[in-house]
Ligand binder design. Sequence first.
Ligand code: AMP
Ligand code: GLY
Length: 405
Amino acid sequence: MRVLLVGSGGREHALAWKLVSSPRLTELHCAPGNPGIAALGQCHPVRADDVEAVLGLARALRVDLVVVGPEVPLVAGLADVLRSVGISVYGPSRSAAAIEGSKTFAKEVMAAAGVPTAAILDEPVAPCVLKADGLAAGKGVVVCRTQAEVEAGLAELAGLGDALVVEELLEGPEVSVFAVCDGVSAVALPAAQDFKRAYDGDDGPNTGGMGSFAPVPSIHGDELERLVDLTCRPVVAELAARGHAFAGTLFAGVMLTPAGPRVLEYNCRFGDPETQSLLPLLEGDLLSMLADAAAGELDPGSVGTRSGAAVTVVLAAGDYPAGGDRGSAITGIEAAEERGALVFHAGTALHDGLVVTNGGRILNITAVGADLAEARVAAYGAADLIQWDGVRRRDDIALVASGPT
Ligand code: AMP
Ligand code: GLY
């Protein structure tokens, strides 16, 4: 199969790495990709959110399947445009992607499907959570414990110009639940956890994610199926009943509250950086699974999960998330790979054949081990070998879940 992968981050590098292990893959193309992906397939200078240009590329390459990584092109209708000309796509239509693209739509679907979620409040009174309706790249949610935070949050979100949802503030650990869906059925992948805050101890501003691990120790086997039954399958059924069949990854952000699991949000795609920890745990042919899902013929047995665990540590620019780093030479990638780690590129560029920094989150270092503690030691051991001026990371990724050391 000729495959076009859309996107350019660490998630897409992990997808590319897994897809090239498929015996069915003949050519991998990426729009636009990154230097890590360029070692696995052919990268094309086409922006992921330029729907017309991606369509043109997919046609010119006569690809058999397009796999879409990020949400922006999905919410903009990339999958519809491709399907309308007969190209198979792993990724939901615009109307199904609205489960991520509109918080009010997601709330309405959850209510109709009977999915437990935070209650909607009539007034913005602390404690509460304020959410802007549309996609806001992680900046559309303000958790308010005091009325002063409510006032500041209202002022901040007013700038986005979207409708506002006010929710009950919930407490508890968060997990990322992933299901591969074909419009009708949903197959669970290992649950993962990401680390959104910039600094150790969950301190500092929100980021795109500073690390991840999978699986979540308390969620395996029957417990995982129960969680997918509760959070994903009713939504897939509800969307199908409305004529918005969801074919792609349904990702539920779930808080495990004392009163039970509550969905905080849905995403219409794989998580970043959860995917970097998740894919190395899958056994079997991911390409077949995604192609089957795109064709509406998902086989629940096509991909299995190996034992063990994976941990991903993000190496970021010194002042990320406030800023990024451009052009600093990166050393140690090969040494880290020789230790058995996977190094997924997120914000890098090539200068005269050398890998240099080019963004906020620069690299993801992923390692697999017999358990989380072993994977964690391996990931940090490999991350220690990679250097550039100002490299920064969190040192507590997967620390608590690894148990006493
Ligand atoms: P979302 O984009 O909806 O996942 O929100 C981003 C983050 O805000 C989540 O990962 C939570 O940490 C937090 N959050 C969202 N909704 C709630 C809620 N109802 N109660 C507490 N925290 C929340
Ligand atoms: N890691 C959270 C996300 O991808 O939205």
